[in-house]
Design a protein around this ligand. Structure first.
Ligand code: MGD
Ligand code: MGD
Ligand code: SF4
Ligand code: MO
Length: 855
């Protein structure tokens, strides 16, 4: 009944902004006038009669942000067809009017003079880093004719599986392109970037059934362990965190567990500098303290039947003496591992002092259940990282900080309406092609990729380069890529430089020419989906989901098309001209839900697919909860739908694991691993051996410490590398924004216009390196030259450097000389390609040894 609480003072953190937002929401509910906010906004509105002198006249338009996986709902101030300012969406119950600094960079991306302005084709048949592609402008017709011919050749030769579609970021209608185009053509190869993104963190699935991102109940929490995550800078609640953090600092204790002083670390109570790769030991030691001290949260976990705590260091416990409530396997976890994981044992490994481990563990448990471990990619995205990722997350189970006030919550259920199915448009040629093994080798013995517990359930993005180089299972011939730049974003970039040469034909759909475009045969300019087309994205934070739409709100400057709708429509027309009309017929089923009209152009498909996707919000006959709008026009005006509020504890004993409980001994992982082993006719131990884990036997099914697997001999490569995201990174895409360079010192330890590597002053002194010196960082796979910055926020023995710069083929700021010389250096040139094979995740941390030399 939240919607009806017009002007009420809901407890969202006690700020007055709520009442205004609720007021606006109430207006939508009752269908009354859609007021666009208070007097200040009115002065900024199109209502010229009320505009204050000197105030720019324009309109706040609904949009969302693709800057990171937070996907905030945003608004854009548009004046005379130009976007000039960003803010959070006043109608969202999630980030409200807050946005992070990266939202503003989106304006510079939109108006970047280095955008691709028209389709281009390659004139130099040779491909390679040192081969200028010789791009020349072509018409859309010519570019798509070339692509359609290549696809028809695959169909004629019955080798449609040799078509590959790479996807990075996307919008909520992506399946109509990403899933449907390959399947209708006849290829199993839609390859997303997920495994270079966040799969290891999702190993929480094997404890609580969530193969998903999480939200965090910041206003109510009393203790935060920010673990290999930097919530004020990265991760997936940034705008909400920026709004709520002051309150969290007032009400809660915050500890940052990271090898470097992060943005969040500089705004917290305590920093636990953990040696890279030893998070599993630290987490298990905390669990040991919580159990031996009898501090677990009994209403969630349960207790000894007679109330006597038998968790004594080194002693096994009879499982029958303990009765669990909403958890499973606590005593088995204790007996197999945690009974021995004392803080003193962990200190030797992770270098965090034992008394600090003890104190933090007790403080954390004392706040239970209003406490949370906010697990980021740090502990998990490492070879063998799955088990550390699970170990850090297990503390949420011990303290009941899961699905509870002040704890870790799942996302609110997604309320988008489904899109039409492509099943009726798969012909026999396509069916045959779709049966072929996927190019990324997922599901093979050495690639369990256990997304959602399924053997081969998750993608293997970075392995595609090796698979192509080995032509195993086969060599793809025709590729398309959109919103992706694996030549830059995947560790071991050298492999992609070679692999991309092997495509007979590659089409890159992009706003900016990039390293991947360099290997393309045609470059297709796409619209910026935040401003230039119809689109939607949704996200959860603050116990709500909000889904916002964008629209063609600015005057388009270049000849660009919408990536997931207009371009595939045009391709479908070209294929139909060549006698293959299945894709076009499929898109014709995307009828306007208001009028029943079939789309006749790509623009119409763009609009109708959005209307279908959001139909539950604006069509009362389809309503399934949350904000209620009475018509498309009414929804379009507001542009943002909010779900009902998240209900605490609804997942307790209903977790989506095999037992329905929070599993400290994971029956769910056991089943998944056994199925994968069975598929290959081997034992689970053999799977673990092939996949480079230390665990054998029952250890395979519990969170535990594994020694990090490292590349490079410690004698030759004495340092460890700490890679992380910049506060200004819009993933790999913002480095050509002037503001990015100018304001780079918003990252602690960084410098404007520089791409520095940070060293602890004590290490630097030993090496004779001074601040500002040029240094070479060398790992077993390569080296980069960069500028040294001496910084106490870097643990001795480590080198910390932001990911994001070092583009050699982006724009005028990102590259010194386009196509030749980068500005700064790409971390992925020195990060060896390795994986956490259970999750399928690419490794970015823990395994990278390096040496540092003055040049
Ligand atoms: N600013 C910004 N925010 C973003 C993005 C962005 O590009 N820029 N991208 C979005 C995307 S796509 C994603 S997937 C999410 C990812 O969100 P996160 O998973 O939170 O990713 P990172 O910020 O890379 O966090 C990894 C952290 O691990 C730390 N770390 C490195 N090694 C270790 C280690 O051994 N142990 C521990 N404990 N920590 C370690 C690093 O210092 C870093 O802070 O972020 C999203 N948010
Ligand atoms: N070392 C290191 N590597 C990382 C990470 C890290 O933290 N450290 N982070 C990883 C993570 S979490 C992720 S998700 C990946 C991301 O990596 P990718 O999925 O490869 O995506 P990006 O590099 O963000 O951008 C891809 C390309 O999209 C194009 N582009 C830019 N703007 C737009 C637009 O508005 N629309 C369209 N259609 N195209 C556009 C440009 O060609 C750009 O190069 O990188 C991963 N790589
Ligand atoms: S947190 Fe991410 S999605 Fe939200 S405004 Fe910042 S960059 Fe955009
Ligand atoms: Mo990501």
């Amino acid at each position: 009944m939240k919607q009806m609480n017009i002007g009420g003072s809901e407890d969202h953190g006690g700020s007055t902004r709520i009442s205004r937002r609720t007021f606006v929401k109430g207006a939508a509910v009752t269908g009354a006038g859609l007021a666009m906010g208070g007097p200040t906004l009115r002065a900024l509105s199109t209502d010229t009669a009320h505009a204050a002198p000197g105030v720019m006249q324009g309109e706040w338009k609904s949009s969302f942000c693709t800057g990171c996986t937070t996907w905030c709902s945003l608004q854009v101030f548009v004046v005379n067809g130009r976007a000039i300012k960003m803010r959070g969406h006043e109608h969202s119950q999630t980030n409200s009017t807050y946005c992070c600094p990266r939202a503003h960079l989106a304006l510079q991306q939109l108006y970047d003079p280095d955008r691709v302005k028209t389709p281009m084709k390659r004139t130099n048949p040779n491909k390679g880093k040192n081969e200028d592609p010789g791009f020349v402008p072509v018409s859309w017709d010519e570019a798509l004719d070339m692509l359609a011919d290549k696809i028809m050749e695959l169909r004629d030769n019955r080798e449609t599986h040799k078509f590959v579609l790479f996807r990075g970021r996307y919008t909520a209608v992506n399946s109509m392109f990403y899933s449907s185009v390959p399947r209708i053509i006849g290829s199993p190869n839609n390859i997303s970037h997920s495994s270079i993104c966040a799969e290891a963190e999702k190993m929480r699935y094997f404890l609580d059934g969530q193969w998903a991102y999480m939200q965090y109940d910041m206003p109510r929490t009393r203790y935060v362990l920010s673990w290999g995550a930097d919530p004020l800078v990265a991760n997936r609640q940034v705008s909400t965190a920026l709004r709520d953090w002051g309150e969290v600092l007032d009400n809660a204790r915050i500890c940052s567990i990271e090898p470097r002083l992060s943005g969040t670390g500089s705004k917290c109570d305590e920093w636990l500098p953990v040696k890279p790769g030893y998070d599993g030991a630290l987490a298990c030691a905390m669990a040991h303290v919580i159990l031996t001290e009898g501090m677990w949260y009994k209403p969630f976990v349960g207790d000894f039947k007679d109330g006597e705590n038998r968790f004594v260091q080194g002693e096994t416990v009879d499982e029958d003496t303990f009765e669990e409530n909403h958890t499973h396997g606590l005593v088995r976890w204790w007996n197999l591992h945690v009974k021995d994981t004392t803080p003193e044992w962990a200190e030797k490994l992770c270098e965090v002092p034992a008394d600090q481990i003890r104190r933090v563990a007790l403080g954390f448990a004392d706040a239970a259940p209003r406490c949370m471990v906010w697990v980021g990619g740090g502990p998990g995205m490492q070879p063998r990282g799955s088990y550390a990722s699970m170990a850090t997350y297990a503390l949420n189970g011990l303290t009941g900080g899961i699905d509870n006030e002040g704890g870790v919550l799942a996302y609110n259920s997604n309320n988008y309406h489904g899109l039409p199915s492509h099943d009726d448009f798969i012909d026999s040629i396509a069916e045959e092609g779709n049966q072929k093994e996927k190019i990324d080798q997922r599901g093979r013995l050495e690639w369990p990729n256990l997304a959602r517990g399924v053997s081969g359930g998750g993608v293997n993005t970075n392995n595609v380069a090796d698979a192509m180089l080995d032509e195993d299972p086969y060599l793809p011939k025709v590729g398309m890529g959109y919103f992706a730049n694996f030549n830059f974003s995947c560790p071991g970039t050298q492999r992609w430089a070679e692999a991309m040469k092997k495509f007979e034909f590659f089409a890159h759909m992009t706003t900016h020419a990039s390293e991947m475009s360099w290997y393309a045969d045609v470059v297709l300019p796409v619209k910026n989906c935040m401003y230039e087309q119809w689109a939607t994205l949704s996200h959860s934070s603050h116990r709500h989901t909000s889904a916002a739409i964008s629209s063609p709100m600015v005057d388009s400057i270049w000849d660009a098309k919408a990536m997931e709708t207009e371009i595939p429509w045009m391709l479908a027309e070209k294929l139909a001209e060549r006698g293959f009309d299945n894709l076009l017929n499929f898109y014709k089923t995307f009828k306007d839900p208001e009028t029943g009209r079939e789309p006749t152009t790509g623009e119409e498909l763009d609009l109708y697919s959005l209307k279908i996707r959001t139909q539950r919000y604006w069509d009362p006959s389809k309503h399934q909860g949350g904000d209620r709008f009475n018509s498309w026009d009414e929804f379009k005006e507001v542009g943002c739908w909010n779900s009902d509020e998240y209900e605490y504890r609804h997942r307790w004993s209903n977790m989506g694991t095999k037992t329905g409980k929070f599993e400290f001994y994971s029956e769910t992982l056991k089943e998944a691993l056994e199925k994968h082993a069975e598929r290959h006719n081997v034992s689970v131990d053999r799977v673990l051996e092939v996949c480079n884990y230390e665990a054998r036997g029952e250890m395979a099914f519990i969170p535990h410490h594994e020694n990090p697997y490292e590349w490079g001999d410690p004698e030759e490569y004495p340092f460890k590398f700490v890679d992380y995201k910049s506060r200004l990174n819009r993933e790999g895409r913002s480095a050509n924004c002037a503001w990015y360079n100018e304001m780079k010192d918003v990252d602690p330890g960084d410098r404007p216009y520089e791409d520095v590597a940070k060293l602890n002053p004590r290490d630097a002194e030993r090496l004779g390196v001074k601040d500002g010196d040029k240094i070479r960082l060398t790992t077993p796979i390569g080296n980069i030259v960069t500028t040294a910055a001496l910084w106490e926020g870097c643990m001795p023995g480590t080198v910390a450097k932001c990911f994001g710069q070092g583009h050699w083929a982006y724009g005028r700021y990102a590259s010194k000389v386009f196509g030749q010389e980068p500005h700064g250096a790409n971390n992925n040139d020195i990060i060896p390609a390795d994986n956490d094979r259970l999750s399928g995740s690419t490794a970015f941390y823990g395994h990278i040894r390096l040496k540092v030399e003055k040049v």
